[in-house]
Structure formats: C-alpha cells, structure tokens
Design a protein. Sequence first.
Length: 394
Amino acid sequence: MGKNILLGITGGIAAYKTAAAASALTKQGHNVFTVMTESACEFISPLTFQSLTGNPVEVDMFSPPDRFEVKHISLADRADITLVAPATGNFIGKLAGGIADDLLSTIIMATRSKVLIAPAMNVNMYEDVSFQRNLSILKERGYQIIEPESGYLACGYEGTGRMPEAEMLVKSILSHLTISDLDGLKFLVTAGPTREPLDPVRFMSNYSSGRMGYALADRAAARGAEVTLISGPTALKPPAGVRLIRVEQAREMQEAVLEEFADKQVIIMAAAVADYRPADYHEEKIKKQENNLKQISLKQNPDILTAVREAKAKEQILVGFAAESGRILEKARDKYQRKAPDILVVNDISRSDRGFAAETNAGFIFTGEEELELTLRSKTKFAEAVLDEIKDWL
Ligand code: PMT
C-alpha cells in the first residue's frame, strides 16, 4: 500500500534530483506531499512538484487551507516518513537550534515520523565547524543523515557536499519504510580489506570489496539500528544513514573498533583483516636496481575479534565471519571453538560466485545450537538472513 511521504525542499540547485525522486516515488504508488521554502522556489518551481506528484505544493504558512485544519500539524501528522532534500546549512542550523519560523521547519518540529536529511552545499560550508556541530546535534537526536558525496560541486569546487542522486534518495526512503525490528539497537560493523604498507607505493592486501560488510550495515540501518561502519579501503558508496569511519591498516582498524565497541549491542566483523604486515616500513620507495629485496619479513597483526571478545560484556553479541575453502564445515567448527564469537558466519571462498568480491554469497551460520545453511543469494539477502539470526539471538 502506498505511504504518505513528505518531501521538504530548501534552497539548493540539487532540488532537481528531489524532483526526479518525487516522480519515482509517485510512480511506485506513494502519496507524495511537497513543502518548499521560499528560497527553494528560486531554484525550482512548485509547479514542477505539483505536476510530478499530483498533489498541491505548500510554501506559505498562512495561505488559507482548503478545509479547516492547522496546516503544519495536519501535514506533520500525515507523514509516514519525511525527507528534506536538499537541506541547506541554514536549514540544518535552524533544526539544530530549535527554530521554527516557516512552514517546513514548523512541520519538522511537529512531526513524529522518521526524518531523513540530505545536506547539500559547498565543501567549505560543509566542513565548517558550526555546521558540523549542528549536524552532530541532528544525528544525536535521531535524524537520519543521507551523507553527501564527494565530487564536482555546482559552485565549481571539488569536495564533499554533493547530494546523492534521486535513485539513492528513493532507496533511503524505501529502506526506512520497511520493518524497524532493530530500532533502538546500536551496531558496529567492520568491512573491506586492510592495507599493510611496505613503502610509500606498495602494500599487502586482499580481494575483499567490502560488499558483505556494507550490505550488513545498510540492512541493519534500514531496519532501524544505529550503525557505525568501520571500513578498510573500498570503492563503495557509504550506505545511507550509516556513520562511516575509514581506516587502512589492521592496527588502525583495531584502534577504531576498540574505541567504538563499548556502547554497541551488536558487533559484526565482516572485514578481511590482514593477519600479517611487512615487518619494516621503508620511508622511501624501494628501488629496483638495489636488488636487495629478495625477501619480505612479516610481523603478525593483532587479532581484533579476539581483543573484542576478551573485553566485551556478556550481553553484547559478537558476530565473526570466516572465509574458508575446502572442508569448510570442519574448519569453521574449529574456528568457532578457537575464536569463540557468539555467532560465526562462514562463507566458502573456493568459488567465484561467493565470498571475496562476488555480488552473491553462500555459507553457514553457527550459533552454538544450530548450523544454518544459507544458499546462494545476493549479499543484501545474505545480510538480511544474518540479521534475522541476530534478532532471534537477541
Ligand atoms: O568484502 P567482500 O568482497 O564482500 O567479501 C566478503 C568477505 C569474504 C571478506 C566476508 O564475507 C568474510 O568472510 N570476512 C572475513 C574474512 C576473514 O578474514 O576471515 P578469517 O577467517 O581470516 O577471520 C575470522 C574473523 O576474525 C573475521 O571476523 C575477521 O574479521 C576477524 N579477524 C581476522 C584477522 C585479524 N587479524 N583480526 C580479526 O579480527
């Protein structure tokens, strides 16, 4: 059944992407109501949204309503979900400061629906200290932030501040409209490979793309969890509404995990952490003609999962991943005993359609009581199944 989606538009050129999102949501059968600030009307016409959604567009707080109702309250109550996109620095500042001086800010203050905010602005404005403080205030209050992307900005600058495309806005809305069975829980997820440098241009790493960990973070956030994702280097877009911490080396990942895990109810470690690193880092690029690098000595990296298991409280759930090939069940049972997470997810990496870098995955979930087989499916569906199991455990 179609949902009532409230779109708030503030003054930014990215408003054209929101128009495309409004059109897509309407075509999917949702009832889209648009509220624009006066500055938004300088960038795009209310008529655009009216034509695309088939609903009247509201701008003015005091224009007479069709029938008697308090306009901002009725719009606020009607929304199943609210998205403000683009959200300017000024508008985010108003929300953070509790100012409600126009129709849109008044509605946001009054609504009990989930509110997604998609900031869009110049990189220097985005990095401004007061803006970042305002953004953290919104995050603390439970607003879901659709993080801006990096790239070419309409003002001619390169950097962070570009609003994601319409497709991403739609995906964020739809994912927040699904079940919220992980509402109120805090998740920590690790993803991707680590990179262990040898000199300024060379490193040791592995083929992890980060897809599995990102899918887990994305689905957990979509089901209502507050998710922190600690990621090694990947080419993936950060999932909407997830707090992302980027790291490179295993030791950096360990530091970030140990700093973050204490207040999380669920810790999922899907990263492929390098077990070893080059023992010596060469400050300068190693020259070929020196012909002196016949062997690379390695040093063992810390085992992050073991460190968390030893430090965590009993009620915190620790989920490990294991990548195995050949006799995977046997090896996985052994790893489950040795590393002793609460839940161990095993994936077979001997085939190209699962495990490292694949779009799909298959494997087993060990919970101590059962060994549940997960047949081949997309990493998103695989992530959903892992989360279902965690939900049962909870
Ligand atoms: O990123 P993708 O391309 O989507 O691929 C997904 C994946 C195959 C990388 C993922 O599904 C997976 O299996 N991740 C764990 C891979 C791995 O390193 O397994 P392992 O058996 O070496 O480690 C077991 C567990 O200990 C893992 O939870 C790992 O995060 C953790 N570990 C490992 C080494 C180390 N030094 N510290 C750790 O915490």
